[in-house]
Design a protein around this ligand. Structure first.
Ligand code: SAM
Length: 456
């Protein structure tokens, strides 16, 4: 990577207000982007996703920016909140998602309209019958647990494992691939509940969070409950949406490789949320799903996903001598921030500031790649809404929203506004983790912003 000097240089983005301190909540036309509300919404409730955003946020964005059918892009689709809402509202939807499980969830949800609810309902009844008979007869499962999936503690107790394997025996016998996918998703979205693991928000042992192991669990009933929810939502969707659905596509590819798949200047509205600068590892955290659904066979399969990911993982860059910005922006604030971070806790070796500065610089480099690719995809006067949270690394507040805005401006996009729909973000954030050294100072809040960009 080309390194750009850490020395202060002339500014760009002087119009983007300083936000090194916590912002106050601002009046905004956008709904709160947090995912929690999705847990009660048709189709969105099928799959919990730690960093998804809310249906209502996407709706408010669509209403504000698209007054006739258009093309909506989500470069970091997750489990598809943007794509589903856009498509159900009559827009063409296109997305990119590197995680094969999230991509699968997204695709299956987008297909909801095509599923015959009666068939799913009947299959769910057959499933319950099959499972209870197999349990009564103490049937030995034909399926085996995925060989390459290893966890420190036991993932499923022997009783739960037996039940789970019988679920997979049933799925293996389903002839209709669409119904089989609904079952696979119903299993995947519930599978951690009956394991000895949970999300805190990273995947960890329940015991470590002070909760008991799961010795036994009504696995088939849990999955049947999820299938009933799906059936209900399919009926709802089919009843509320009329006419032909516009095209919807999600590619299991990195957005950084989107040029072959996405026509230049084809997108009216981009709505997205990239991974935050908080080192959350989507791929490691979905290992159970990736292995059990057969998307991954060995831990080595994680490597390509790590390489494609927006932002590198701290663990993979902390030992590098110096990673700097690889694009020639001249912005004293970004340079000063990286410099301050780099100089923190030199005595702590790879746990000190240099590793975190490498991590932050890699993230900003990807903000630049993203901005260039977004500019290429957008039509003239097309808008990009990027939901992003700030971060605190080694006690240094990083106003990621403003930095992204400056970088996007450098890449040739116009910065229209930075909205703050959530002035306080809670949860297990990077500031609370012991390896992340200094805790946040007073007044250093985590918040969530919507960076509004436009192609000139
Ligand atoms: C914050 S989540 C998006 C959640 C989404 N808004 C939702 O509601 O489900 C970010 C997603 O970006 C994906 N991702 C990371 N790097 C990517 C890349 N280079 N191209 C496409 N997707 C990527 C991650 O796997 C993760 O699912």
């Amino acid at each position: 990577m080309t390194d750009i000097s850490d020395a202060p240089q002339p500014e760009i983005g002087a119009s983007i207000k300083d936000r090194t301190r916590s912002p106050a909540a601002k009046n905004t036309e956008f709904s709160d982007p947090a995912f929690a509300a999705n847990k009660a919404q048709p189709v969105h409730r099928w799959v919990p996703w730690v960093a998804g955003f809310s249906r209502d946020f996407v709706r408010s964005a669509l209403n504000r920016h698209l007054h006739k059918p258009g093309v909506v892009l989500d470069p970091f689709a997750g489990v598809g909140t943007t794509l589903i809402e856009a498509n159900f509202a009559g827009h063409e939807a296109v997305g990119f998602e590197i995680n094969p499980y999230a991509d699968f969830a997204c695709r299956t949800k987008l297909n909801a309209r095509e599923v015959a609810p009666n068939c799913l309902g009947r299959a769910a009844e057959d499933f319950l019958e099959f499972h209870s008979t197999a349990m009564k007869r103490k049937r030995r499962p034909d399926t085996q647990a995925p060989e390459g999936f290893h966890t420190r503690g036991v993932f499923y107790s022997p009783k739960v494992l037996h039940k789970v394997l019988l679920v997979h025996d049933f799925i293996a016998g389903i002839n209709d691939p669409v119904i089989a996918d609904m079952f696979r998703l119903a299993f995947a979205s519930t599978m951690v509940t009956y394991s000895n693991y949970s999300y805190e928000p990273s995947l960890g042992r329940k015991a470590a969070a002070g909760r008991p192991d799961v010795v036994d669990f009504p696995v088939a009933l849990e999955i049947a409950g999820k299938l009933r929810e799906m059936e209900e939502d399919i009926r709802f969707v089919r009843g509320h949406l009329s006419g032909n659905s516009p095209k919807a596509a999600v590619f299991n590819k990195s957005f950084f490789d989107s040029h072959d798949l996405l026509n230049a200047s084809s997108v009216n509205l981009l709505i997205t949320s990239p991974p935050y600068l908080n080192n959350y590892h989507y791929n490691r955290n979905t290992r159970p799903h990736l292995f059990w659904l057969g998307f991954m066979y060995s831990s080595k399969d994680l490597k390509p996903l790590e390489e494609q990911n927006f932002g590198k993982f701290w663990q993979t860059v902390r030992e590098d001598e110096h990673i700097g910005l690889d694009f020639p922006i001249k912005d004293s604030e970004i340079f000063q921030c990286l410099k301050t971070l780099r100089e923190k806790n030199p005595g702590r070796g790879i746990y000190g500031g240099n590793g975190w500065a490498n991590y932050a610089a890699s993230y900003f480099n990807d903000c630049h790649r993203f901005s260039k690719a977004a500019k290429l995809a957008l039509r003239r006067r097309g808008t990009a809404l990027v939901v992003i949270g700030n971060s605190i690394l080694q006690g240094v507040m990083i106003p990621t929203d403003r930095f992204l805005a400056k970088i996007a401006e450098f890449a040739g996009l116009e910065v229209v506004n930075i909205h703050i729909p959530r002035a306080t973000r809670v949860g297990n954030s990077i500031i609370q983790s012991k390896v992340r050294a200094a805790k946040a100072g007073k007044g250093q809040q985590l918040y969530e912003a919507v960076v509004e960009l436009r192609k000139r």
